[in-house]
Design a binder for this molecule. Structure first.
Ligand code: KG4
Ligand code: ZN
Length: 339
């Protein structure tokens, strides 16, 4: 029988303190997430200093619980995988320091995981048959990137946002409309009772590239609301939310279809917090099917930040002997595919 590989994953890049044990990259033995959303909601967004302090308070209990839930003592862990970027530097440092301490104390290998690659790798749990090459759309609070996953270690970036990330646009418009943080799920909820074609917001598509730009759309929504207010028209908030969401989804789907056609790939995966959006999932599944491809997306719990994805990414790095030294530092601006 082949040796079982148990990876402890640790994640603290933003406002979730998380730890998980995953066996052989597929079997989730535990998944502990301590979220700070309720705390940051009071401020309308993540306050980095508060996030770091809360991570410090939660990191060890979260790791202990992940080991306990998995029923494994630390000695039976084969490697410790931790997110070292991108993210908030103070937040990243908490998980990273805990991981380094554990690696040093136990002599187990340390694996530095790119958070964005983690999001992409969550899809290996959603579809056990999934194998590279495939296309990936990463849509989170800080990123909107379209890339080809060539193999388990090679990522070729096709395009990314030039200004706001998709999640950031959701959060900013939600905040503008007085909805709580995080805005994505709130807009999605409000949009359910709205008409997505009520308002014709712009669908910004930059020519001759796969890049995105959402700041013009954001301004268009804000201008629309201001103009309606000045006219004294009663605003249909659900229509605004639905039309805004539709504009973002249309742009994402169109770009993905173009990339699928150009690359000839037959699979596309969704990754990052915005991948939890049901409307995006359905529209992209339909868009992919229309060009002969199939969509894979993570289960809801693995769409937003978690440590399962870190352990899964770490597993493939373990197989590659892609280990980090104890000098590994946090890299808040780490890019996809970068070391
Ligand atoms: O990946 P994630 O949890 O954290 C980052 O790495 O950024 O993504 C968070 C982002 C936030 O902008 C949040 O509003 C967005 O994902 N989000 C959603 C939904 N759920 C989370 N956006 C649209 N619809 C959703 N259902
Ligand atoms: Zn994330």
């Amino acid at each position: 029988m082949e040796k079982e590989i148990n990876i402890l994953g640790i994640e603290s890049s933003c406002d979730e303190t998380a730890a998980s044990v995953v066996r052989n990259g597929t079997e989730v033995l535990s998944n502990v997430v301590s979220t700070q959303i309720a705390i940051h909601r009071k401020f309308g967004g993540v306050v980095p200093e508060i996030a770091s302090r809360k991570h410090i308070a939660h990191i060890m209990p979260v790791i202990d619980k992940a080991l306990q839930d998995a029923g494994l003592p630390l000695e039976q862990i084969d490697a410790i995988a931790v997110t070292y970027g991108p993210g908030l530097v103070g937040a990243l440092l908490v998980g990273l320091s805990a991981a380094k301490g554990l690696a040093f104390g136990t002599g187990k290998p340390l694996i530095g995981v790119n958070h964005l690659e983690g999001h992409v790798f969550a899809n290996f749990l959603a579809d056990r048959e999934l194998k590279p090459p495939f296309l990936a759309l990463v849509v989170s609070g800080g990123h909107t990137s379209l890339l080809v996953v060539e193999d388990y270690r090679t990522f070729r970036l096709l395009g990314q946002t030039r200004d706001d990330a998709a999640g950031e646009a959701f959060d900013k418009i939600a905040r503008f409309m007085g909805l709580p943080y995080p805005g994505g799920p709130e807009i999605e909820k409000l949009a359910l009772s709205g008409n997505p074609s009520a308002i014709d917001f712009p669908r910004p598509l930059l020519p001759d590239c796969y890049d995105f730009s959402f700041s013009g759309l954001k301004s268009a929504v804000i201008n629309y609301v201001h103009t309606e207010e000045q006219r004294g028209t009663e605003l249909n908030r659900a229509d605004v939310a639905a039309s805004f969401q539709q504009a973002i989804v249309d742009v994402l789907v169109k770009r993905c279809q173009e990339a699928l056609k150009a690359t000839g790939l037959s699979r596309i995966v969704l990754a990052g917090g915005v991948s939890a959006n049901r409307h995006l999932q359905e529209a992209l599944a339909g868009g992919a099917r229309a060009v002969g491809a199939e969509l894979v997306h993570p289960t809801p719990i693995l769409c937003t930040d978690n440590a399962v994805m870190v352990a899964v990414r770490g597993y493939y790095q373990y197989l590659d002997h892609d280990f980090a030294g104890l000098w590994l530092n946090a890299d808040p601006n780490l890019k996809l595919g970068e070391k």
